[in-house]
Ligand binder design. Structure first.
Ligand SMILES: Cc1cc2nc3c(=O)[nH]c(=O)nc-3n(C[C@H](O)[C@H](O)[C@H](O)COP(=O)(O)OP(=O)(O)OC[C@H]3O[C@@H](n4cnc5c(N)ncnc54)[C@H](O)[C@@H]3O)c2cc1C
Length: 415
């Protein structure tokens, strides 16, 4: 592939959106480099799954070479499934059923997806580079500056550095995210114990949000089964790329109020896990078993934040995407999908600009004007869902945990 040298893009952050944009631009022959803070591609366990909706899947289809897109689908879980809302004893309140179509929603392992997104970008991802600012003395020739004092020149800079973005204060000065009252302790546990699935057959294809009697507490879990083993699928479709081991697992999250997590336990895996075990003691035995069998090093704390609509973009040839712009609580599973959608949209606008001569500032402004409405609709929906499902309002909580479960049969026997 011939790579144009007259147009270059520097991306801060090699997460979902940064890598997806790099794939899009590479395919179009644009000179792109990704600068990632982590010291290597797999230094952090990213051991959870992500549900891709039609926007996330469309973005991958538009950005990735065909074999890599097929790899994402073939290693993903089977299409369809349900999301069940239950009380703490796993008695059904109501259920949402997903379309049983391969391109509607797919659950994929995040580590596998990240590996797919890195494939073919050899020499274009630079690890151990923490972006701190964008120098714009020459507006047509920006420089992305790093904490080690180095810089990288580029015509366009993109901040894709996640919820704790270092570039946001400079590029979107009026849009610092606000904290929400809720946090999540995330973990993962093996799906099988002595060869038997720990998830009963009734919940085989279900994600479950179990809402506790006490408002402001809930437990989420969902099994992740690999369609094809990553090792075999990568050998066929992306030989030479790193293939995660691909053992099936259950991802879970205990959702609780921020003030219930003492500052001292943050960042300490054992105490975080102990807190999750203590706080889930009143749930169904299946929930307690998941926490008991957790892989300790996959336990993480996530403090939920809500992004604020940007009203001013300070550097015309620099922009941002993903959680760095529109952080949202994980209700509705739209954060990653929206980040991927941003990447494909920005890629499209930049490629159009190079092809038809539109000034790059205009292309970027167009991306921003299109992105903000859909992204902040998703933020608003996620914040509203969080309030409804975990808020202190007595009536909805009473209906969810007392009324609806009584109308349904018991889903999971406790014996
Ligand atoms: C447990 C869990 C489950 C989730 N499930 C879903 C789901 O089902 N569906 C969904 O749509 N979303 C889901 N999400 C949300 C989704 O993961 C995020 O919205 C998505 O990863 C955002 O992508 P991003 O590219 O903006 O940021 P990230 O993927 O967070 O990537 C940011 C990258 O920037 C790097 N970085 C940070 N600071 C700097 C810096 N200064 N310089 C250089 N690099 C930097 C980080 O190391 C990281 O690699 C889930 C999140 C969690 C935690």
């Amino acid at each position: 592939m011939s790579v144009s040298t007259d147009f270059s893009v520097a991306i801060a952050g090699g997460g979902l959106s940064g890598l997806c944009l790099a794939q899009y631009l590479m395919r179009a022959g644009i000179d792109v480099h990704v600068y990632e803070r982590d010291s290597g591609p797999f230094v952090r366990r990213q051991g959870y799954r992500i549900i891709l909706d039609r926007y996330g899947l469309a973005a991958l289809r538009e950005s990735l070479p065909r074999p890599l897109y097929r790899l994402a689908l073939s290693t993903g879980d089977e299409p369809g499934g349900q999301l069940r809302f239950t009380d703490s004893r796993l008695r059904d309140a109501f259920t949402i059923t997903f379309k049983d179509e391969p391109y509607a929603t797919r659950q994929v392992d995040r580590l596998t997806l990240r590996s797919i997104l890195q494939s073919g970008l050899d020499g274009r991802i630079h690890y151990g580079k923490t972006a701190v600012a964008v120098d714009s003395d020459d507006p047509a020739r920006l420089r992305l500056r790093f904490s080690d004092g180095g810089t990288a020149p580029a015509n366009v800079v993109v901040g894709a550095d996640g919820v704790g973005s270092a570039l946001r204060a400079q590029l979107m000065p009026d849009a610092h995210p606000t904290d929400t009252p809720m946090v999540g302790i995330y973990g993962r546990s093996p799906l099988r114990h002595h060869g038997e699935s720990v998830i009963p057959d009734t919940l085989r294809t279900s994600g479950v949000l179990a809402i506790a009697d006490r408002p402001g507490r809930a437990f989420f879990f969902t099994p992740m089964r690999f369609g094809q083993r990553p090792r075999e699928a990568f050998a066929r479709l992306a030989p030479g790329s790193y293939a995660p081991t691909g053992d099936d697992y259950v991802m879970w999250a205990l959702l609780l109020r921020r003030e219930e997590v003492p500052i001292g336990v943050r960042g300490h895996l054992l105490t975080l896990w102990e807190l999750a075990a203590r706080m889930s003691a009143d749930f169904h035995p299946l929930v307690r078993r998941l926490v008991d069998t957790a892989e300790l090093d996959a336990t993480v704390l996530n403090l939920f934040a809500t992004g604020q609509r940007p009203h001013r973009w300070a550097v015309p040839r620099a922009t941002m995407m993903g959680d760095a712009v529109h952080a949202m609580p994980p209700f509705g599973a739209q954060g990653g999908n929206t980040a991927l959608r941003d990447a494909a949209l920005l890629g499209k606008r930049l490629v159009e600009a190079r092809t038809n001569g539109t000034p790059v500032e205009v292309a970027i402004a167009r991306y921003q004007n299109e992105m903000v409405p859909y992204a902040f609709r998703a933020v608003d929906t996620a914040a509203r869902l969080m309030r409804r499902l975990t808020g202190g309002a007595a009536a909805p909580h009473w209906v969810l945990t007392r009324v609806l479960p009584r109308l349904h049969r018991v889903t999971v026997p406790e014996a």
